[in-house]
Design a protein around this ligand. Structure first.
Ligand SMILES: [Cu+2]
Ligand SMILES: [Zn+2]
Length: 212
């Protein structure tokens, strides 16, 4: 938020003063949230939150409804679930790498590995990832989180899909990652600072032209 104030200075010239709070995210860390559901009517559902920490994102949540085991869990490139989870597209891969394990250097940004379901068909998700982000080129806000029907093999099997998708099979549940908090302050990136500075210097020039 940029605040603009018009006042009269000591020389009797009207001028605009603008100021910007020095802490852009005073309301807390950037947080996103996704509600996962099955477009095919399966009873698989849950909530996952993403919290931007220093250099990593904390991923926490609960998903219910899969038999005990491990299942692929990824960020896909679009937030489009108008045609079920399929329209969410491929794994989010802005750096054009191969599919891999979350700890691999060569991985898609969206490769979050597997989540594990217990005997109660519940998955308690709690991990951090240092490749996804809630700002910049690795920003996952507005994209989709997808839960698969099989385990991700991290690109390490002989299956032809291994290096593309981890051969995790069909898409059981998905949800779009939306803004949780703060409600404002998401545009404080390099580009908007540039625009702010440009508007400010325009107003400074305008003072001279209009009021002298
Ligand atoms: Cu996937
Ligand atoms: Zn991948």
């Amino acid at each position: 938020m940029v605040h603009l104030v018009c006042n009269k200075n000591e020389y009797g010239i009207y001028q605009f003063i603008y100021f910007q709070p020095s802490v852009p995210h005073a309301e807390g860390p950037l947080r996103g949230v996704a509600r996962l559901a099955s477009p095919d009517g399966r009873d698989v559902h849950g909530n996952v939150t993403f919290t931007q920490l220093d250099g990593k994102v904390e991923v926490k949540g609960k998903i219910y409804g899969m038999p005990p085991g491990e299942y692929g869990f990824h960020i896909h490139e679009t937030g489009d679930i108008t045609n079920g989870c399929l329209s969410a597209g491929a794994h989010f891969n802005p750096d054009k790498k191969d599919h891999g394990h979350p700890d691999d250097e060569n991985r898609h940004v969206g490769d979050l590995g597997n989540v594990e379901f217990d005997n109660e068909q519940l998955s308690n998700i709690d991990f951090t990832d240092s490749v996804i982000a809630l700002y910049g080129s690795h920003n996952i806000i507005g994209r989709a989180v997808v839960l698969h029907e099989m385990a991700d093999d991290f690109g390490r099997s002989d299956h032809p899909d291994s290096k593309k998708t981890g051969n995790a099979g069909g898409r059981v549940a998905c949800g779009v990652i939306g803004i949780l908090s703060p409600v404002n302050g998401w545009m404080m990136n390099a580009a908007s600072k540039f625009v702010t500075a440009t508007i400010a210097s325009f107003l400074v020039s305008a003072n001279v032209a209009l009021f002298q």
